[in-house]
Each structure stands twice: as structure tokens, then as C-alpha cells.
Design a protein around this ligand. Structure first.
Ligand code: GAP
Length: 448
């Protein structure tokens, strides 16, 4: 399975999905850049989520709040005091590790995950590290004004709760959705884009009456689980739900269920759906001294709403989609790598090639077909290598259809259309080719 991980990392790099952050200067640990194809796939994931929850529903509104927030926000949210990892410094290899994630040999005795020696936590006491990244907002260095890069997009939603209510006049139950960057100074990185210092979240804070919280919690778990299957094309057998034990619940949560994916390194969290109760709104009311209650017209009293939070990671969704779509097949004694992406997610839906790159008539006709289609659907033109390699390239990036212009095309005005998954090839009239692809892809692929 680890082997699968290195193949996926290699494909992502080779085909321009993901590069190391600051790679030119030796890189930065747990920081990654998305290349041309990665940017397209990532945008698609976010677009589908936004369409599903903001555009198609009238009980959820969108928000785009600032990344840098005031210290008081995190005093109220509990992140200043509670958002910490315990770390032990290994006396032998000098690397750090989290005891809660390391192998425990017996009471207080841990195995260093880097060099394998046994460490007694009573002698080598763990130290607490706050995960938030701090930045100086003052122009003068000796009088700093500290701001924090948000560790979750949620806090921008809570601090804007009143603004949103006052401007949209939403009534309970309603949600505020946000997609954006979050930052955590993760000390233990690894596993590619699974744990990053800079990552992106898609979060909804769904405000409900306290007595309705359990019902909406269940509904959101089911809704989000199905989203991964129906909208992201992930196989049901590679997804499962895991309830948090009381000890692992975040400081703000009464209950939480993780949606986990069967990554090459094992089952791990893709998304958490939490019942955050009235913790955040109550806490912000106290610290800001502003009333963040809501007037319940039926009960004729003011209440602090409870909040159900489905919190998904864009990067982990991206990672799970690639892992799930990755496949290898033996074709005529050679391994064919195919990314069997749901067509709606594929960075390109169509690739157009001339069979012979030195034949100007074929090149011109292929470019004309490319220009006709590219404004309607994500299409790429390529003539930089031979036809076999061109197909392999498109298979590896998950392009559902390849159109090839060959010498016969000049006579019968038909092109070859090749299907990514079956490798079947059909001769289709040039004037019908767009409609042919459109019929097979389904309308969702055409949403920009
Ligand atoms: N607002 C709740 C919250 O932030 P979380 O479980 O800490 O909860 C939610 O994070 C999601 O954000 C995770 O399920 C994961 O998909 C993503 N995430 C969290 N930390 C991450 C990291 N360091 N790198 C990549 N994704 C991360």
C-alpha cells in the first residue's frame, strides 16, 4: 500500500498536479503547491461543493472572511489556550514526535517513530506547542501587534454571525458556508498533502435551535457521506464513519463523527461533522461583550443557537479522489496507468491530437477542432510526442475522451474518438463530435 502512495506522489509531480512548496530553494516541510492540473481539479472540487450548498440551497449563504484575525478571536474560541500538540524531544535522534500518535510500549513508555528507541515520558517530559501561526501586523518591530492566521475558517463565520443575520434576515435553521485557507504549525508532517501547514477548508456552520441539534447532526453526517460518493465519485467501500471518543473530542464539541477514507497508509479523517453546541457564540458574546443571541419568534425568547459543523478539507478530498481514481491495467504486456476520475472532476474532458505532428494539414484541422470545442468544455491540444505517449499522458491525468485527426479524416471528415476507460475507438463525423461527447459526459461536466 505504501508503494501505491509513492506511485501517486510521483504521478502528481510528473503530470503537474502537485509540486513541493518553495522547491526551488530546497522546499518547506508540509507545504505544497498545486500545479496547472492540480489547480483545475481543486477548483472543480470547490465549485461543486459551493454549488451544492450555497447556490442550490436557500437556507445557506456564503462568506469570504479574512485569514488574519485578532488575538481576542482566539482567546474567545479557546484556540490560544487549547489548540496545542504535546511533543517529546527524542534524546537520541533529536527529532520531535507526538506521544498520542506514537507506539506505546507500556505505561509512560513510547517508541520514537524516527529512530525506534524507548523513551520514558516521566524523564523526557512532553512540551506543549500551540499550532497557530502568529504574524506581526505592526510596521514597527519593537512594538508588535500580533495577528493570527486562522486555524479554521469557522471563526470568521462566528465573528460575522450578527452581520449575516442583520443583512440577510435568515431564520433558524440556516447555515453560513465558507471555503478558504487555514494554517496550523503541524510539527509532525508527512504523508504528502494529508497534513499540511497551509491548507484549505470547506466549512458550514449550520445554526439550529438547541432541541433540533441532534436531528440536524444526523442529517449532516448522512448528507456529507453521500456527497463523497455521488459528487466526488469515491467508492463507498473506501469510506466509513467513526465516532469520536469523549477523550478525543475537540474542546468545543459535544459530539463528532469523522468521515474517513481508506488512504494508502490506512483509514484517516477526510472530514469531521461536529455538534459545537452554543460554545462559540456564547464565548464570543462574553469576550466581545456583544449580544450574539437570536430572537426565537415561536418561543418568544432570545436563545443562543447550537451549531452543527460539517468541516471538510479541500486537500484531503483532492488526495482521496486521486487515490480512489488511480488504477493500473496490463495492456499488451505493458502497465497502463489510468486516473478514472468522475468526468465532472477531470481537469480536461477532451484532448485533441493530430496523428502526425509534421503534417500541417492534420495539425491545422486538429487545432481548428480544438478551438471549436475549447470554449464550451475544458479541452487540451497536444502534438509534442507520438500518439502512444499522447494517449498515455491523457490516461494518467484522467481525460475521458481523446480525439485524433488522421490522414483518413481529410477524406471522410471523421475523427477517432477514444474512450479513456474502455479504450474503445469510434469514428465520428467532425460536425457531430461535440454533441457525441456532450451526450456521454452529462451536463454537469459543462458547468464552468
Ligand atoms: N472547524 C473544525 C475543524 O477545523 P478539524 O477536524 O481540525 O476541524 C477539519 O479540521 C478538516 O480540515 C479535516 O477533516 C481535514 O480534512 C482538514 N484539515 C485539518 N487539518 C489539516 C491539515 N493540517 N492539513 C490538511 N487538511 C487538514
Amino acid at each position: 500500500m505504501e508503494d501505491k502512495l509513492s506511485k501517486i506522489v510521483s504521478l502528481c509531480r510528473r503530470r503537474g498536479f502537485i509540486f513541493g512548496g518553495s522547491e526551488l530553494y530546497g522546499g518547506l516541510s508540509s507545504i505544497w503547491d498545486y500545479g496547472p492540473l492540480g489547480a483545475l481539479l481543486k477548483k472543480k472540487i470547490k465549485d461543486i461543493w459551493w454549488q451544492e450548498y450555497v447556490e442550490k440551497r436557500d437556507d445557506i449563504v456564503g462568506l469570504d472572511s479574512a485569514i488574519i484575525m485578532q488575538e481576542n478571536v482566539f482567546l474567545a474560541s479557546g484556540h490560544l489556550s487549547g489548540f496545542c500538540d504535546e511533543l517529546i524531544d527524542c534524546p537520541q535522534c533529536k527529532k520531535r514526535f507526538r506521544p498520542d500518535k506514537a507506539e506505546k510500549i507500556k505505561e509512560n513508555l513510547y517508541k520514537c517513530p524516527h529512530c525506534g528507541i524507548e523513551i520514558d515520558r516521566l524523564i523526557y517530559k512532553p512540551r506543549k506547542f500551540n499550532l497557530m501561526l502568529k504574524t506581526n501586523l505592526s510596521a514597527v518591530e519593537d512594538t508588535p501587534l500580533w495577528g493570527y492566521l486562522r486555524p479554521e475558517t469557522a471563526q470568521g463565520i462566528f465573528t460575522n454571525f450578527l452581520n449575516v443575520i442583520n443583512t440577510t434576515h435568515k431564520k433558524l435553521p440556516f447555515g453560513i458556508a465558507q471555503i478558504g485557507k487555514a494554517f496550523r504549525n503541524e510539527v509532525t508532517g508527512g504523508s504528502f498533502i494529508f497534513r499540511m501547514k497551509e491548507f484549505e477548508q470547506m466549512e458550514i456552520e449550520y445554526f439550529v435551535k438547541p432541541e433540533d441539534a441532534d436531528k440536524f447532526f444526523e442529517e449532516w453526517v448522512e448528507e456529507r457521506f453521500n456527497f463523497y460518493i455521488e459528487k466526488m465519485g469515491i467508492k463507498k467501500g473506501n469510506l466509513r464513519l467513526r465516532k469520536h471518543s469523549p477523550e478525543e473530542l475537540a474542546h468545543y464539541a459535544k459530539s463528532c463523527i469523522d468521515i474517513e477514507y481508506n488512504f494508502p497508509f490506512g483509514w484517516s479523517e477526510l472530514e469531521g461533522v461536529a455538534n459545537r453546541t452554543d460554545f462559540d457564540l456564547s464565548s464570543h458574546s462574553k469576550v466581545s461583550r456583544k449580544d450574539l443571541s437570536y430572537f426565537d419568534e415561536e418561543a418568544k425568547k432570545r436563545i443562543i443557537p447550537f451549531v452543527i459543523e460539517p468541516s471538510a478539507g479541500v486537500d484531503r478530498t483532492f488526495f482521496a479522489i486521486i487515490c480512489d481514481a488511480y488504477s493500473e491495467e496490463l495492456v499488451k504486456g505493458r502497465t497502463r496507468i489510468v486516473l478514472k476520475l468522475k468526468p465532472e472532476l477531470a481537469p480536461y474532458k477532451v484532448a485533441v491530437f493530430p496523428l502526425l505532428k509534421n503534417d500541417t494539414r492534420l495539425v491545422e484541422l486538429a487545432k481548428k477542432i480544438f478551438c471549436d470545442i475549447k470554449n464550451k468544455i475544458n479541452t487540451v491540444y497536444d502534438d509534442t510526442v507520438g500518439i502512444g505517449k499522447l494517449y498515455r499522458r491523457q490516461d494518467e491525468i484522467g481525460t475521458p475522451f481523446c480525439i485524433t485527426v488522421d490522414p483518413q479524416t481529410l477524406e471522410d471528415e471523421k475523427v477517432t474518438v477514444r474512450d479513456r476507460d474502455t479504450m474503445n475507438q469510434e469514428r465520428i463525423e467532425i460536425e457531430r463530435v461535440y454533441q457525441f461527447i456532450k451526450d456521454r459526459l452529462g451536463k454537469e461536466s459543462f458547468v464552468s
